[in-house]
Design a protein around this ligand. Structure first.
Ligand code: DCP
Ligand code: CA
Ligand code: CA
Length: 372
């Protein structure tokens, strides 16, 4: 299949597992299958405090969604519904098996998150979109047979379009967008369908009269410069036109995630430091959620007024929440200033490490969030 330039378009498949955590729970307990199933991150504060992590489609028909408070899900759902605590270890093992299966079909595979992967299958199917569709059917069949999992697959000339195609075809779906149909496929879609365009940006675009990807694609990047900067603007315009040609690069699991700040003044006041670190902690936890990874270790990194670096670390023994992390950081800082009576701290940081690989190569058996 040749395009005008004489360069054969690539063939990219994007695989997203349906209602992943809840689906794995259904596989473990077939009696749950026709009931609302809600997988929850309990904060431990009260019997229903915390948020919903994943809901099966029965639960969604009652208005339950990932991210809503558990207490709200309890009010929305009938009493026969199953509320289950997250079991990251289990999902991580399923994810690994999925990625191993997908790797068999890929020239290159990129693990995007615990339940998503993009695959360059150009060579594998000889650039042929009909063969790509057959391959996708085979993947779906084997996932079902060997793992009991349903998934949705989008196929397109690039990763972004393949992801959008998958997003629009959930659950248990499949959508092939051949190169000549990319523009017409994207054009009528709402700008928010583009990965990375949230409510806020969509509102700003609406202010410029841009609601659809077709309108965005026709914009000069300069018109968006004020809103998002020129670099992001030209990225968005190209993405909306279906012209991004991102290389699907394999990448290993993340090793660490950290943020460091310079304090407003040198201090040894733990509460003051914690107050200033709070936004960084929120950002780090958000990042882990986005990547669907979980850390086993949390550490602090401080630089003293005479520029000495000091680190401390501990293992997180329980589900990660901002409360548990905040407490761990408080304890480490309190011990540190107690150990060093003259210390004054100039910079302070937080570091997460020891990530559970989402579909990666290692198996971790000592992650404790699963244990009640
Ligand atoms: N997840 C979470 N909290 C969120 C969003 C997701 O803990 N706010 C977890 C649970 C999900 C998994 O990540 O099962 C994958 O996220 P998806 O957004 O792909 O959601 P699902 O797989 O649950 O549903 P869908 O069928 O819509 O893909
Ligand atoms: Ca999913
Ligand atoms: Ca997903």
């Amino acid at each position: 299949m040749e395009s005008e330039g004489g360069v054969a378009p690539r063939v990219v498949a994007f695989v997203d597992l349906d209602y992943f955590f809840a689906q794995v729970e259904e596989i473990q307990r077939p009696d749950l299958r026709d009931k609302p199933v809600v997988v929850c991150v309990y904060s431990g504060r009260g019997p229903t405090s915390g948020v919903v992590s994943s809901a099966n489609y029965v639960a969604r028909s009652y208005g339950v969604r990932a991210g809503i408070p558990i207490s709200r899900a309890v009010r929305l759902l009938p009493p026969t519904s199953a509320f289950l605590p997250v079991r990251m270890q289990l999902y991580s093992e399923f994810s690994s098996r999925v990625m191993t299966l997908l790797r068999e079909y890929s020239d290159r595979l990129r693990v995007e998150s615990i339940d998503e992967a993009s695959m360059d299958i150009t060579g594998r199917v000889g650039g042929d979109y009909v063969r790509a569709e057959t391959l996708a059917r085979e993947i779906k069949e084997r996932m079902r047979q060997e793992l009991g999992l349903k998934c949705t697959i989008g196929i397109a000339p690039n990763r972004t379009v393949a992801k959008i195609a998958a997003d629009l075809s959930k659950p248990d779906g499949m959508k092939v967008v051949i190169p000549s149909q990319v523009r017409s496929f994207l054009s009528p879609l709402d700008v928010e369908k583009l990965p990375g365009v949230g409510r806020k940006l969509a509102k700003a675009l609406e202010g410029l009269g841009v609601r659809t990807l077709g309108q965005l694609a026709r914009l000069q990047p300069e018109a968006l410069e004020e809103v998002v900067g020129l670099k992001r603007a030209s990225y968005l315009v190209r993405a909306a036109a279906g012209n991004l040609d991102e290389i699907i690069s394999e990448r290993g699991p993340r090793k660490q995630l950290s943020r460091i700040i310079t304090l407003k003044m040198d201090t040894r006041d733990v509460d003051e430091i914690l107050e200033q670190l709070k936004p960084s902690l929120g950002q780090l936890i958000e990042k882990m959620r986005e990547g669907m990874t979980m850390a086993r270790n949390i550490g602090i990194y401080v630089v003293t007024e005479d520029l000495q670096p000091i680190t401390r670390q501990r293992t997180i023994s329980g589900p990660i929440s901002s409360d548990t992390c905040y407490e761990a950081i408080r304890r480490m800082l309190t011990e540190l200033v107690a150990d060093k009576p003259t210390i004054r701290i100039r910079r302070a940081g937080i570091r997460f490490s020891g990530f559970i690989a989402a579909g990666g190569q290692q198996t971790l058996t000592d992650f404790t969030a699963d244990n009640p």
